[in-house]
Design a protein. Sequence first.
Length: 188
Amino acid sequence: MMKYFKAVNGGTDIKAQQGSVLVISLILLLVMTLLGLSSMQTSVMEEMMAGNTKDQNLAFQSAEAALRDAEVRILGYSSEPTPAADGSSGVWIKNSPDVATINAVSWWCESNINETWWTGNGIAFSGVLSGTSVPYSLVEEDDFVKDSLNVGQQQDESGKVYYRLSSRGTGGSNQALSLLRSTYSRRY
């Protein structure tokens, strides 16, 4: 024969409890599981964002290295290079890389995705960058600015040559792409 015990303070029988503690415990466990899953998804998303930021940073550094390499090449010229329409001298005539001159889009914005174009027309970075593909740069002669403002005097040919440098770099994957431009001047 079973005996039923009454609660010490005169409460209800133990038999009258229908498992409410079990139900409440299961609901709390479900809520905690959902919170844990949500935290994991947030962590995974933050990790992916951090990886993308790192990839974009690598692409920027890659393009920056190619720009600095182009500046060093210009600095290394003992005399002013003659710009060529095909870039064969290492310096292009201004805007000559633009093969589609009829549209309003600049050549370097048009060609940014096309790695084959940069491989064929740009100059590869001579250094080593770990975790990225080879960045490319291109130099265009932009302008010659005389030192003197005297007009019509041919003997005053001293001044600075301004170059427009463009570079393309990618990060750890080809999804991260960075295009950079700068202006560099040199006196010969």
